[in-house]
Write a protein that binds this ligand. Structure first.
Ligand SMILES: NC(=O)c1ccc[n+]([C@@H]2O[C@H](COP(=O)([O-])OP(=O)(O)OC[C@H]3O[C@@H](n4cnc5c(N)ncnc54)[C@H](O)[C@@H]3O)[C@@H](O)[C@H]2O)c1
Length: 379
């Protein structure tokens, strides 16, 4: 198969969809890889690295799209890219269709095959191509929180781990999923006094088993959250209601109960945030202050660490990309239910029900393209 890797053009996006190592894996299986010049630069990969791995470099985005049967990207295509995508071209990337109506309509119109990272789903309902970014954001939330607790950055001026004879900072993590667990690990490793809250008792039991002694678990409810507020230094928002907006666990009036210089890192900002006063910020200007409380609400946290994020993402995407390249999308999806669930739009038909529902469009079943196999696999 001919695979094209364009350079990301979305503002401040430095990740790339394929590394030189991934290129080598595809090339040795007989595929041709075309990488747009400087596509890997933001993640620390030079054109020479790709050439050494067997790729060919193309000078611009137009030629990269024109050449490829499968496009591998990171972010959803933006307007300049809509018309570069061709009929029958397979596009494997994050799409987040339900959030972008214009993109959905454009992909229906160009009759491409859109396989979305975010809906590839394992039988246990986990989302293997979203997990790596939650791991990055969860770990980073503590790094950022620790930084903004410093006095010159308007924090309380407390060192996360304390020192001998001085107590460590108190960290409260709301949500004990992928983000929350990774945040707890980092905070615990730095010596903080950590409390992780969730509504899922089963999850709390598991966390209680695996976490070190400086991590306590606590049932998440308004009473318990209010009880914590006047004592904590750093709060991480890491809640997810699948398919829905995050609930506001910290409301505006609660800010008054916190000590000046408390830092809030609302990782769930991409789903509306679990702190009422949270509004999305960027890496250029990540924080703002309300009632002396520092708010950090960057919606694409992994973008600040593109080297780690690119490797984490491509570790997860490459096995699927190899299946798509080896078998073609129809056979690969017929043989792998996880991958089939990534199909969102096929040749003008919306095949993912939540996307069809979001825009009141007709939902065309997968069977039209995958045949009966999909029906059997669904059970
Ligand atoms: N800002 C970023 O750059 C970035 C990056 C990655 C992920 N995220 C976001 O982080 C959020 C968390 O993602 P995740 O992968 O950890 O999700 P997850 O599904 O693994 O975990 C969510 C947890 O929240 C818990 N929860 C639900 N309601 C709760 C409540 N009322 N109180 C406490 N806990 C509750 C669930 O039981 C679950 O354990 C999502 O909104 C995700 O989109 C943001």
């Amino acid at each position: 198969m001919i695979i094209g890797v364009p350079k990301e053009i979305k503002n401040n996006e430095n990740r790339v969809a394929l590394t030189p190592a991934g290129t080598q894996e595809l090339v040795k299986r007989g595929h041709q890889v075309f990488v747009q010049a400087t596509a890997g630069e933001g993640s620390g990969f030079l054109d020479e690295d790709y050439v050494e791995s067997g790729a060919q470099i193309l000078p611009d985005i137009q030629s990269t799209y024109a050449k490829a049967e499968m496009i591998m990207k990171v972010k959803e295509p933006i307007e300049e890219e809509y018309e570069l995508i061709k009929e029958d071209q397979l596009v494997f990337t994050y799409f987040h269709f339900a959030a972008y109506e214009g993109l959905t309509k454009a992909m229906i119109k160009n009759k491409s095959i859109c396989l979305a990272y975010e809906t590839v789903e394992k039988t246990d309902k986990s989302l293997p191509l979203l997990v790596p970014m939650s791991e990055v954001a969860g770990r980073m939330s503590i790094q950022e929180g620790a930084k903004y607790l410093e006095k010159p950055l308007k924090g309380r001026g407390i060192l996360l781990g304390g020192v001998p004879g001085v107590r460590p900072a108190k960290v409260m993590i709301m949500g004990g999923g992928v983000v929350g667990t990774n945040a707890a690990k980092m905070a615990a490793g730095m010596g903080a006094d950590v409390t992780i809250m969730d509504v899922n008792l089963q999850r709390l039991r598991y966390l209680d088993d695996v976490m070190p002694a400086n991590v306590n678990t606590f049932m998440s409810n308004e009473y318990n959250i209010r009880e914590m507020l006047h004592r904590v230094d750093l709060i991480i928002g890491a809640v997810l209601i699948p398919g829905g907006k995050a609930p506001h666990l910290i409301t505006r009036d609660m800010l008054k109960e916190m000590r000046p210089g408390t830092v809030l890192v609302d990782v769930a900002v991409d789903q509306g945030g679990c702190i009422e006063t949270c509004k999305p910020t960027t890496h250029e200007d990540p924080t703002y202050i309300i009632d002396d409380v520092v708010h950090y609400c960057v919606a694409n946290m992994p973008g600040a660490v593109p080297y780690t994020s690119t490797l984490a993402l491509t570790n997860a995407t490459l096995p699927y990309a190899i299946q798509l390249a080896n078998k073609g999308w129809v056979k690969a999806c017929q043989e792998n239910r996880e991958l089939a669930l990534g199909l969102n739009v096929i040749k003008g038909d919306v095949v993912y029900d939540a996307v069809a529902e979001a825009y009141d469009l007709e939902h065309v079943p997968f069977e039209k393209y995958l045949g009966d196999v999909w029906g059997k696999l669904k059970d």
